[in-house]
Design a protein around this ligand. Structure first.
Ligand code: SF4
Length: 206
């Protein structure tokens, strides 16, 4: 990041300002999640587990949740116990190893996942206020930052276009406004449609 010109204005440099801004956005999302605890009084981690199992659409091992949510085994274990008490999870033995349990959503859990998938009016309204170009640039920058942090093992790898075997970046002329191509649906798309979590993602072989 070029710090040129930073001394002309007060305050910390541009990189710090960006990180502060991202922290504020994260804070807004966390506050919103606390307000959206619902009838089951879900903690943010419990909501993340319900949301992750809802988008995975297949039963997952507890260890997979720990990895996907960048948490710790004891923390996820406590949240899973609470969700089982709330009857939002069903547990079955892993066919490959009877000692390992797999977690899936109960009917009530699926209803919670559907409720949580709806973006709150506060956050949706703020995003809607962005112009098209700002939206695309912000999504592109978010994907680039996430990829960098994944490569530094600071956050878990997620089901993003840029790690997907179906993704062909810059397959079409930039002038079309939809330079990328998704081979899964065989369609072009632009930065504003980049996915950071896609149910049809398949990891690219390294
Ligand atoms: S399948 Fe999903 S993640 Fe993969 S390129 Fe298409 S939209 Fe992106």
């Amino acid at each position: 990041m070029d710090d040129e010109g930073a001394s002309a204005v007060p305050g910390a440099g541009p990189a710090s300002q960006l990180l502060l801004g991202l922290a504020r956005l994260g804070q807004a999302v966390r506050i919103d999640a606390r307000r959206n605890a619902g009838v089951h009084n879900l903690s943010p981690l419990q909501a993340d587990i319900v949301g992750h199992l809802g988008s995975a659409q297949v039963p997952l091992r507890q260890g997979e949740l720990v990895e996907a949510l960048a948490s710790t085994a004891p923390t996820v274990s406590d949240a899973v116990k609470a969700l089982r008490r709330k009857e939002l999870l069903v547990v079955s033995a892993d066919p490959g190893d009877a000692r390992v349990l797999r977690l899936a959503l109960s009917d009530a859990g699926r209803a919670e996942a559907a409720r949580l998938a709806e973006v709150s009016p506060t956050l949706a309204g703020a995003v809607d206020a962005l112009g098209e170009e700002d939206f695309a640039a912000m999504l592109r920058g978010t994907v680039a930052l996430m990829r960098e942090l994944q490569q530094r093992r600071a956050i878990p790898v997620s089901r993003m276009c840029v790690t997907c075997r179906f993704f062909v970046p810059d397959a079409h002329p930039a002038a079309t406004g939809r330079p990328h191509h998704c081979n899964f649906v065989d369609a072009p798309f632009g930065d504003a449609a980049l996915r950071v979590s896609c149910p049809d993602h398949q990891p690219r072989e390294v």
